[in-house]
Write a protein that binds this ligand. Sequence first.
Ligand code: SF4
Length: 319
Amino acid sequence: MLKLSNMVKSSNMMETLPEKVLVASPRAFCAGVERAIRMTDELRSKVSGPIYVYHEIIHNKPVVVEFRAKEVVFVDDIEDIPDDSNAEFSAHGVTNKVRQRAKEKGLHWLDATCPLVRKVHDERDRFIAEGRQIILFGHKGHDETVGTVNDNPENIKLVTSISDLDSLEVRNPEKLALLTQTTLSVDDTKEVADAIRRRFPNIVEPKKEDICFATQNRQNGVKEMVKLWAEVILILGSQNSSNSQRLKEVAQSFGVKGYLFDDVYEFDLDWILGKRIIGITAGASAAPERVDGLTAHLKNLGISNFEEVVVAREGFNFK
Ligand code: SF4
């Protein structure tokens, strides 16, 4: 339900509504998230009874709530999945141990791991096979990072911030590789990666960086809207979504307030009253309909000047 107070305030304060709303493109679902949702939908249409998904299929509350209503059960422990059940792994990837347990339990599973997370896992396996120890820059406890560390802390050292480098000890500085989580801040990652390279000049890296195109494009969208004088950025996405949180941080790194929320019913008009230009985007795990709902609400309030800010073209699918 929309906030009634928004309607009352807007009728009194037409003159303080923004003159212009910038809407970033690309925004909302990325190819990896669309693939994970498509796989779950297809599995749902083929089997009856509960489908067990190891971790939330994507980090988005409205999507998870919709699937729960269709007898999709999300678990954080593989042991919570009954033997011989229909199951799926989330887009964030899993450890080899989880795969092994899934086999032992006779699960019939689909793997919705994003191909770009899978790429990081392949790099990990290749570097370890070369006898290298890996420095992984990522968020401790995030589903993707847990999957990439793969219960292998001896071979994979997790760095969560530049200050971790002070206490970082490695086996052999000449035999190292650098990997990162896919959904980090591009700017923070550059800073930390540069510090790691300075300390370990012979560290090797994948040919193509690990931060994915969708994360980069959405962060570039925020930067572009800030350049175009957006004074507030409204971000559709969930609090547990790493790439959505990074959008808020990118805005705030330029001194622009970012508000991260799941749907229009959480929107507060006070966030934008008195601002001349505002920006809208959505994390890679938020449905495009959430943005449509917000823009429709703003139009109802009396705002008519919307401008699309295109920083890249995506428009492709993962099989
Ligand atoms: S944000 Fe990037 S890594 Fe994550 S699912 Fe989307 S494309 Fe894949």
